[in-house]
Each structure stands twice: as structure tokens, then as C-alpha cells.
Design a protein around this ligand. Structure first.
Ligand SMILES: Nc1ncnc2c1ncn2[C@@H]1O[C@H](COP(=O)(O)O)[C@@H](OP(=O)(O)O)[C@H]1O
Ligand SMILES: CCc1ccc(OS(=O)(=O)O)cc1
Length: 271
């Protein structure tokens, strides 16, 4: 497992991938101009980023199409997996709004494992090996615990709304209402119906835009086997993790997340 540091690129203490990273852009992030009406979707991978995006909007630090973001239309809607300390100064000054989507980390890990397996053809790790890397933060976008704790503990710096993937899954309409309230937007019943319908899994599952098909094949090649939209369940981890793996995950989770205030939903029957 020693090849991780060759496959990934650590910049400013955070893992990026060689393929997509624009080093100059990352180095100058602090000065990137943030506008009052910008909205940022912030996630750790596999937490529901694309669900929030719905339409093809530029991925802040992926930008394969080399769109000049300085000329983005207003309001700008951007998404990022960056850690709180890497984002532009303007965000830390509450210039724009941020929606942070989080998901229970066992399902994140399982979703990420499949994504890596499907997209990166050289990926040969077993689930057991992947779990070790995930829990050590030796994966693209580094440690899940650091990501969520960093954003949550520094929330007073930002104009930020936290959303839970599992709550969106259980009550999409209620979640859209919460987002609208945060963004100061009011939707008619009809528009609300359209937004909710467009964001259902059934509607997005085979949508090439929602699955980043073009971007992914441009970046990773045409042999890519999988899609971004996969299983979409709460508690998928139960069909991946052994009792021992689950116990060791729980031990680390309890140590890392002691006193953490946000709640998590691990099971589809849980409220
Ligand atoms: N409309 C939707 N409803 C529920 N889950 C969705 C969704 N669109 C995407 N997802 C899920 O979000 C995960 C991908 O997250 P991201 O966009 O951050 O990479 C995948 O999880 P699974 O692999 O568990 O199915 C994907 O299926
Ligand atoms: C914008 C395309 C893209 C490519 C790869 C991604 O992977 S990850 O979520 O950062 O692991 C995301 C988006």
C-alpha cells in the first residue's frame, strides 16, 4: 500500500489526484474572488455532491473544461471537496453561502470503494485494504474525520448550512425547502414539484450529465465501468463490512467524533 503517495498528490496537507489538479489554481486559492451571490456546495466525496448539483455546474477545483471562473454567470453555483482551511478568503469572510452535505461515513467509504474500483482500472485493493486507507486518510481528499470536523468546528467563520444525505433521502421535499430558506428563495408548489422530481434517483440514474460521463471518460478513459449514481441506500455498509470491521470502525469513530454535535443515520429504519 506504499504506492499511495505516488498515486496521489499532497498539496497544502491535502490529497489531490495528479490527473485533475491545477497546482497554480490551488496555490492561489486564497485570493479567488468570491461574490456575494455565489453558492458553494461542499462535500467529502460520495456524500451526495451530484445530487445537490443536478445540473452541470463547474466543479471548483476539477474544471476539466477550463472554464474561466472569473467570468462565471451570476449567481455562481460551484461545488468543492476542499477542506475548510483551503478555501478562498472571501468564503471565510461570509461573502457567499455554503451548503455542506454529509453522509454516514460507513456508506461514504463503501460508495468510494466502488467508485475507485469502477473508475480507476488499476485499482486492485480489497475492501479490507481500502478500509485501512480510508481510516488513515490515505485516499483522495484525505481523512473524512478531518473534513467534517474542520468544517463544523469552524462553522462560525462561514455562512453555512449543514444538510444530511440520509435526511434528504427520507424527505427530499423538506430538504429542498430547507435549502430554499437558507438561500432566501421561495418556490411555487409547481416549481417545487419539478425540482423534487428532477432530483429523484430514478430521474438521475441514467442521466449522462448527472453521472459526469463525458468528464469522467475524458479524464480516466473510455473503459470506465461505473456511474456516479450506484445503489443509493442507507446502510449499504451492512452488506460490505464484517462484524470485526464494523467494530474497529466504531472504535475509531467514537474516538474521533467524541463530543461532535451533528447526528448521523446509519440504518434505513432509523429516524
Ligand atoms: N438522486 C439521488 N438520490 C440519492 N442518492 C444519490 C442521488 N444522486 C446521487 N446519489 C448518490 O450519492 C453518491 C455519490 O456521491 P457524490 O455525488 O458526492 O460523489 C452515490 O452513492 P452510492 O454509491 O452509495 O449509491 C450516489 O448513488
Ligand atoms: C468533475 C469530475 C469528477 C471526477 C472525479 C471525482 O471524484 S471524487 O468525488 O473527487 O472522488 C469527482 C468529480
Amino acid at each position: 500500500m506504499e504506492d499511495i503517495d505516488r498515486l496521489l498528490l499532497k498539496l497544502k496537507g491535502y490529497y489531490f489526484d495528479h490527473l485533475s489538479v491545477d497546482i497554480g489554481f490551488i496555490e492561489n486559492l486564497d485570493d479567488f474572488e468570491i461574490r456575494e451571490d455565489d453558492v458553494f456546495i461542499v462535500t467529502y466525496p460520495k456524500s451526495g455532491t451530484i445530487w445537490l448539483q443536478q445540473l452541470l455546474i463547474p466543479f471548483f477545483e476539477y474544471n476539466f473544461q477550463k472554464i474561466y471562473l472569473g467570468k462565471r454567470p451570476s449567481p455562481g453555483l460551484l461545488s468543492t471537496h476542499l477542506s475548510y482551511y483551503l478555501v478562498p478568503r472571501g468564503l471565510k469572510n461570509k461573502r457567499a453561502k455554503i451548503i455542506y452535505v454529509y453522509r454516514n461515513p460507513k456508506d461514504v467509504m463503501c460508495s468510494y470503494f466502488h467508485f475507485e474500483k469502477n473508475v480507476k482500472l488499476q485499482f486492485t485493493r480489497t475492501f479490507e485494504e481500502y478500509m485501512i486507507l480510508f481510516l488513515e486518510g490515505r485516499v483522495l481528499r484525505s481523512l473524512w474525520f478531518d473534513h467534517i470536523k474542520g468544517w463544523y468546528e469552524h462553522r462560525s467563520l462561514f455562512n453555512i448550512q449543514f444538510m444530511m444525505y440520509e435526511e434528504m433521502k427520507k424527505d427530499l421535499r423538506g430538504s429542498v425547502l430547507k435549502i430554499c430558506k437558507f438561500l432566501g428563495k421561495e418556490l411555487s408548489e409547481e416549481d417545487m414539484d419539478t425540482v423534487v422530481r428532477q432530483a429523484t434517483f430514478e430521474n438521475m440514474k441514467y442521466d449522462p450529465l448527472a453521472n459526469y460521463d463525458k468528464i469522467i471518460t475524458t479524464a480516466y478513459g473510455t473503459n470506465v465501468k461505473g456511474h456516479f449514481l450506484r445503489k443509493v441506500t442507507i446502510g449499504d455498509w451492512k452488506s460490505h463490512m464484517t462484524v470485526e470491521q464494523n467494530e474497529s470502525f466504531d472504535k475509531i469513530f467514537q474516538r474521533e467524533m467524541k463530543d461532535f454535535l451533528l447526528k448521523f443515520i446509519w440504518d434505513v429504519n432509523e429516524d
